[in-house]
Design a binder for this molecule. Structure first.
Ligand SMILES: [Zn+2]
Length: 161
């Protein structure tokens, strides 16, 4: 599943290939393998599945809208909503996150740097730029969560979800 998640972060061809593998019978009532994986007892598998969905639905990609429709038809959206109280913190954080922050820089060549602290998927503070997650403007976008991968585990003493 981690391999599929990484492939799903590629170009449109990669995203469509992963979508066709995971949702081969869209429109039928047959439960997709993705639902079964999202309901797995293994939290690592659930985490990889959530991350795959995030990669498939990156909104600025041309095929994102049709892939979101496929996910909705396959009941993935409702399954993800059911996972908001997942017992695994990693699954919950990844489900809420729209981007992994990988760079400490905020801007690059005058624009918010992708994967940086001002990634356009987190929301916008510029009236001329729309949020890349919800496509709303500065006044309407509520802002979105991102996450950092830490080098080592640490306890969250004061934070609970
Ligand atoms: Zn937004």
């Amino acid at each position: 599943m981690y391999v599929l998640s990484n492939v799903a972060s590629g170009n449109e061809f990669h995203k469509e290939a992963v979508t066709n593998q995971l949702f081969p019978q869209i429109g039928d009532n047959i439960q997709s393998i993705m639902i079964k994986l999202l309901q797995s007892n293994d939290s690592r598998l659930r985490t990889a599945c959530v991350w795959t969905v995030v990669n498939l639905t990156f909104p600025s990609r041309p095929g994102a809208h049709s892939r979101v429709a496929k996910l909705q038809n396959a009941c993935i959206t409702s399954q993800l909503k059911d996972m908001l109280n997942d017992p695994c913190l990693d699954v919950k954080v990844r489900q809420m996150s729209v981007v992994q922050i990988e760079h400490s820089e905020m801007m690059e060549r005058g624009k918010p740097k992708p994967g940086g602290l001002s990634d356009p998927r987190l929301g916008t503070i510029d009236q001329k730029i729309k949020c890349e997650t919800c496509m709303a403007n500065m006044a309407e976008c509520p802002g979105h969560f991102g996450h950092l991968e830490l080098a080592k585990p640490m306890f969250l003493i004061f934070l609970s979800f």
